[in-house]
Design a protein around this ligand. Structure first.
Ligand code: ZN
Length: 149
């Protein structure tokens, strides 16, 4: 047997990089202002108290004004995937990682997409998770991740 038999072509890992940075706009600047204060806050109607995610300037139910209000950060995994390939820059060292849709306890259907941190084997549909804010490398932003409890 020569050395070439059974050889596997090496796939060069992409160079380590920084993740894309948020681009706050009129609808999302309240979210990023809250994370800068160390809070997780989502859009809520002042009149009927409906949580509105993604955020909107007016409530889709009653047309009332909205603003960002703190949430508990406690929720359950609604759905998730395991990311094994470096599709987004800045997370190469985290692979494999779980990206999940988390439904927060404040309201049925109030869902955020986020990373789940901690042992992969602890993540399943319905897992109870709690949010924490982590610094996003390459800028001044803090982003929520969820950890199984
Ligand atoms: Zn409303």
């Amino acid at each position: 047997m020569d050395g070439a038999v059974g050889a596997v072509a090496a796939v060069a890992a992409p160079p380590s990089s920084e993740p894309p940075q948020p681009l706050p706009d009129l609808d999302t600047e309240g979210f990023w202002q809250a994370t800068a204060r160390g809070e997780l806050a989502l859009c809520r109607c002042h009149d009927c108290l409906l949580w509105v995610q993604p955020p909107l300037e007016r409530c889709p139910s009653c047309a009332g004004p909205t603003s960002f209000q703190p949430v508990s950060g406690i929720g359950r995994v609604f759905s998730f995937i395991v990311v094994r390939h470096p599709a987004v820059s800045g997370f190469e060292h985290e692979l494999p990682m779980v990206v999940a849709i988390v439904e927060l306890e404040e309201q049925v259907g109030l869902r955020l997409t986020s990373r789940i941190v901690g042992p992969l084997e602890e993540v399943e549909i319905g897992s109870r998770v709690v949010a924490e804010l982590v610094a996003l490398p390459g800028g001044d932003f803090h982003a929520p991740v969820f950890r199984p409890t």
